[in-house]
Ligand binder design. Structure first.
Ligand code: G1P
Ligand code: ZN
Length: 542
């Protein structure tokens, strides 16, 4: 029996590029989830009888929200929902299922790499029929609707059993609990040479994959251990937990330090990797060789043809503006176009839909290709494995050879997290106002060539995005970039990106910190970071 329930709107349901993200306690307010879900359904058109994909990263509140969404989908007229078993779907797997089943769209429940549990974060994101995050037009419309919504539709029904593969019915809607991994595994098998990767593991190649007690545990176990034959125990923290075991499921050098330390041992595994809460990010570390995400993107672009799915070559590659220019040199050598987009995966979607790029990535540990419309952590790890299996070299050898051919982009990101929001805004404003004065300035050995606020013109839909990050470009090719995070859940996070190119890799030694030392100091002085944020040093360096 469908019922219309009266409610009062909340005024804070603004979905960003990664959906609506708040503390769990915010989502637990009366009808908070319902008003947001109804706002999504209200602005969508033409889904009667169509399919909706639903799943999440298993964090606290995932199951409760799935029950709400399913009943509301039935009451609003969807014909079918597909739910990952246990309520689990990694973000890339959800993207694939939407595409494969020609679903109308999907609801993904995750706050990505943010902590989970009752005190942690939760998130709701709508993905469209192409499998990618809702475009800004749509998220703006959802927000507008959420401010005035006064009723939602639901249906009285028993909760769905999420843990068994089965088909049932709610009202006129079919509910299917599907295997979370099977389709994704098949897709990976179609892209990569599983025989060769299997042979690599049989030859004694040792790997550790830290699933960080998040969604990729089941994917890693099936694909790496069961199918590819990696030793049992290759997957660490492979059981998804509602609070991720109390950790940040963020595969960076702070939160994935365990796997980093393991990889740095002389007797450590050949290959270490990790992924984040919802499985779209990746971390790659060879024995005694950390690979920055920017370098990883460049290396994958240079070697992708070694995997069957990319044997015909790449149409083009794309990177977000703050990502290092390492991949630019590969694109140049391959003679393919390189697109530089603002931060955020949604900008890659148009380029992929139009067939302009095959591979894309961000410095924030996101890499992906046109096989789905999200970044994909396990995909990146499997492409690395495919390359290692074919080249029969260590990660360190491959990285060093790459630098010898293309030069090296020393790179680091300094995050000043949870600083005062007004102070951070004032810092950006002051620096933006100062940009015209910076051009041509000489600061010690560093000469500023140009300074601007990055703007992007989308070649596919013609849209313009302005104020996407302040760039200070130096004559020697070095670069400083400043921007404020759009995904934080409290205060503001200032991100400073530092980059220096060296054609001759022996020029600066191997230490990123020392190669960037003068830029690091300058990054603080130029923007008066301590004055505006009361911080002398970043909280996270990646
Ligand atoms: C961060 C990353 C960005 C990524 C986004 C969503 O956004 O920097 O590359 O696309 O998370 O995963 P930010 O917090 O910097 O706005
Ligand atoms: Zn994520």
């Amino acid at each position: 029996m469908v019922s219309l329930v009266s409610t009062t709107p909340y005024q804070d349901q603004a979905p960003g590029t990664s959906g609506l993200r708040k503390r769990v306690s915010v989502f637990q307010q009366r009808h908070y989830v319902e008003t947001f879900i109804q706002s999504i359904f209200d602005v969508l058109d033409g889904f009667a009888g169509e399919t909706l994909v639903v799943g999440g990263d298993g964090r606290y509140f995932n199951r409760e929200v799935i029950q709400i969404v399913v009943k509301m989908a039935a009451a609003n007229g969807f014909g079918r929902v597909l739910i990952g078993r246990g309520g689990l779907l990694s973000t890339p797997a959800a993207s694939q299922i939407i595409r494969k089943t020609k679903a109308f769209g999907g609801i993904i429940l995750s706050a990505s790499h943010n902590p989970g549990g009752p005190e942690g974060d939760f998130g709701i994101k709508y993905n469209a029929g192409n499998g990618g995050p809702a475009p800004e037009k749509l998220t703006d419309a959802i927000f507008a609707r959420s401010k005035i919504i006064n009723q939602f539709r639901t249906i009285a029904a028993d909760d769905i059993d999420l843990d068994h593969l089965a088909v049932s019915q709610i009202g006129g809607m079919r509910v299917e609990i599907i295997d979370s991994v099977a389709d994704y595994q098949k897709l990976m098998q179609s892209l990569f040479d599983f025989d060769r990767i299997g042979a690599l593991f049989r030859s004694g190649f040792a790997m550790k994959f830290d699933a960080m007690s998040a969604v990729t545990g089941p994917y890693g176990k099936v694909i790496l251990e069961d199918v590819l034959g990696a030793k049992a125990g290759t997957v660490l923290n492979g059981v998804p937990l509602a609070d991720f075991g109390g950790h940040h499921p963020d595969p960076n050098l702070v939160h994935a330090k365990f796997i980093y330390d393991l990889a740095m041992r002389a007797d450590g595994p050949d290959f270490c990797a990790a992924s984040d809460g919802d499985g779209d990010r990746n971390l790659i570390i060879g024995r005694k060789q950390f690979v920055t995400p920017s370098d990883s993107l460049a290396l994958l672009a240079a070697n992708a043809h070694l995997a069957p799915g990319y044997a015909k070559g790449l149409a083009g590659v794309a990177r977000s503006m703050p990502t290092s220019a390492a991949v630019d040199r590969v694109a140049h050598k391959l003679g393919i176009p390189l697109y530089e987009t603002p931060t955020g995966w949604k900008f890659f979607g148009n380029l992929m839909d139009a067939g302009l790029v095959t591979l894309c990535g961000e410095e924030s540990a996101g890499t992906g290709s046109n096989h789905v419309r999200e970044k994909d952590g396990l995909w990146a790890i499997l492409l690395w494995l495919n390359i290692l299996a074919v080249r029969q070299q260590s990660v360190a050898e491959i990285v060093r050879e790459h630098w010898a051919v293309y030069g090296r982009n020393f790179y680091a990101r300094h995050d000043y997290e949870e600083v005062n929001a007004d102070g951070a805004a004032a810092l950006i404003k002051a620096l933006r106002d100062d940009l015209p004065n910076l051009k041509g300035k000489k600061l010690g050995a560093l000469h500023i060539q140009d300074a601007d606020d990055f703007a992007y013109h989308d070649p596919v839909d013609g849209s313009n995005s302005e104020r996407q990050g302040l760039r200070i470009l130096f004559e020697d090719g070095s670069r400083l970039v400043y921007r404020l995070s759009g995904t934080g859940t409290s205060g503001a996070t200032l991100r400073v990106y530092l980059e220096r190119f060296a054609q001759d890799v022996s020029q600066h030694g191997l230490e990123t910190q020392s190669a960037l030392a003068d830029l690091i100091q300058l990054s603080r002085d130029l923007a008066r970071i301590e004055y505006f944020t009361q911080r002398q040093a970043p909280s996270v360096i990646t």
